[in-house]
Design a protein around this ligand. Structure first.
Ligand SMILES: C[S@@+](CC[C@H](N)C(=O)[O-])C[C@H]1O[C@@H](n2cnc3c(N)ncnc32)[C@H](O)[C@@H]1O
Length: 482
């Protein structure tokens, strides 16, 4: 028998701020971690506590939480593993169990926890009624109905969070709820890593080593999430990029280079700029990015675009140099922008164009201002892996590389709640969490700052002024040497 309170049986679920998750997310294997190994005091408290997680979460930072039951079934239990929930409840194989998948949501509807409850079906007892009532979380209902019970921790550790960059990046705990002498419920709680720090003492902190090898270290990674972010950003920046290419007239059959092309970048515009007799090449040091760029180029049918895994200098560059060398959001992620711009100029023929498009974080601010914004922005800038104000330095960088007739343009953007970029700073706070901690930041402070900032950015009156998007271009002087 399958009773489904949601009225249907979808293969997966979707929740705001979460890549579509499959039900496996509720049962993914746990990598055991000792409670004392979690660096965050809040995490240790949540994991070790034998009280209501909902109340602890609400009191610590999230504010009021609501429950959303995603699926609820009554099925015969199957004893598959040693720690099978039904077995832990002392039920024989084949006995019916209630299985409930739910999420605790914050005020914006973002999941703070994903929960799986397995319980003995007993509609006549208060405990049994709680588990089949989709309007309350278990902890809240037990507390409000003053039902005597005790919790027994079974395991804690790390497990996958749907769509997260790294595997086993979320804290998970499993426990039994006993009433008298009987265990009546098994509960597994998986905590959103944006809310509950999963950083442990077992994980060695990444060491910031500002050496030459870092030139190729793109710290935002090449996850599916980052691919989607870059493609969305490409759409956003397309009008500005198109305006730039209009300012760079190219000869018939021109050859152009895009350094750090990402999953598409400007390759479609560059293909148009070089024309059917010309040739554009996208370079990227990340193999996955090149794979995605191949898919984009094939999908758009761009017959005059080639892709090469690697950076500059590149054997793909003809001896005489190309007519245009371009980069977008490459220098901001690199510790040696001077070297890259010099390499770009070296790849360009005398008289050819060198062009760069980069952000300058100086203007990136929310209005009304908020201290959490300033603090997080400063902490992230320290570990970003490049100069976040490099946009402002573009004219000088080009001139120092022997580029002449340098021109500059800039574009500004504003966001409001609901826009993708409204929450980019807290998104970065998640991506750079471990690096900030390795740099000395306290996980609990980061957590509190991120929570407070998300709250502020969700307010209908809060707008975000984007970092200034700066474009600079010029012609390689005849005398420039590599
Ligand atoms: C922020 S992404 C920008 C992608 C693309 N230009 C765009 O505007 O969407 C930066 C890209 O540069 C690549 N990258 C980083 N350092 C590089 C280097 N030294 N040479 C070539 N590619 C590099 C990264 O792998 C990443 O794909």
């Amino acid at each position: 028998m399958v009773l489904d309170v949601t009225g249907h049986e979808p293969d997966s679920f979707t929740l705001p701020g979460l890549a579509a998750g499959s039900w496996r997310a509720f049962e993914a294997p746990v990598r055991p971690v000792d409670v004392a190994s979690f660096r965050s005091g809040v995490t240790r408290l949540l994991v070790a506590s034998d009280g209501s997680t909902t109340q602890l979460l609400e009191a610590s930072f999230t504010g009021p939480l609501s429950i959303k039951v995603l699926r609820q079934t009554v099925t015969p239990s199957v004893h598959s593993t040693l720690k099978d929930p039904a077995q832990l409840l002392g039920l024989p194989a084949g006995a019916p169990v209630v299985s409930r998948y739910s999420a605790l949501l914050d005020s914006r509807g973002t999941p703070v926890t994903l929960n799986h409850v397995v319980a003995v079906p007993d509609p006549d007892s208060p405990m049994g009624r709680i588990v089949t009532d989709p309007s309350y979380g278990i902890g809240t209902a037990l507390a409000s109905q003053r039902i005597e019970h005790r919790r027994q921790l079974i395991s804690c550790g790390l497990a996958d969070w749907p769509g997260a960059l790294d595997p086993a990046s979320a804290v998970v705990k499993t426990y039994l709820i006993w009433r008298g002498e009987r265990p009546l419920m098994y509960i597994r709680e998986l905590f959103n890593p944006d809310h509950v720090s999963a950083w442990t003492y077992e994980q060695p902190p990444p060491v910031a080593t500002p050496d030459a090898t870092r030139v190729h270290d793109y710290r935002l990674g090449s996850s599916d999430d980052e691919k989607q972010r870059l493609l969305a950003q490409t759409d956003l920046l397309r009008p500005a990029a198109a305006a730039l290419f209009e300012r760079l007239p190219l000869p018939e059959g021109a050859r152009a280079l895009d350094v750090g092309c990402g999953p598409l970048g400007v390759l479609d515009l560059m293909s148009e700029a070089v024309g059917p007799d010309g040739w554009a090449t996208g370079l990227d040091t990340d193999e996955r990015m090149i794979g995605w760029a191949r898919e984009s180029v094939a999908g758009l049918g761009l017959a005059n675009v080639g892709l090469v895994h690697g950076g500059l200098p590149s054997p793909q560059v003809p001896d005489e140099g190309v007519d245009l060398t371009h980069c977008r959001l490459l220098l901001i992620n690199n510790l040696r922008p001077e070297e890259l711009v010099r390499a770009m100029a070296a790849a360009t023929r005398p008289g050819g164009w060198v062009a760069a498009q980069e952000f300058d974080w100086a203007s990136w601010q929310c209005d009304p201002p908020h201290p959490a914004w300033d603090r997080l922005k400063a902490l992230i800038a320290e570990v970003f892996g490049g100069d976040v104000h490099v946009g402002a330095r573009l004219p000088t960088l080009l001139r120092q590389a022997g580029v002449t007739q340098v021109r500059v343009a800039a574009h500004a953007y504003y966001w409001r709640p609901g826009d993708r970029y409204q929450t980019l700073l807290p998104h970065f706070a998640g991506l750079f969490h471990d690096r900030m901690v390795a740099n000395g930041a306290c996980p609990d402070t980061l957590h509190a700052l991120t929570g407070a900032l998300r709250e502020h950015l969700a307010h209908e009156d809060t707008v975000v002024r984007e970092a200034l998007f700066v474009q600079a271009w010029g012609r390689k002087g005849a005398t420039t040497r590599p």
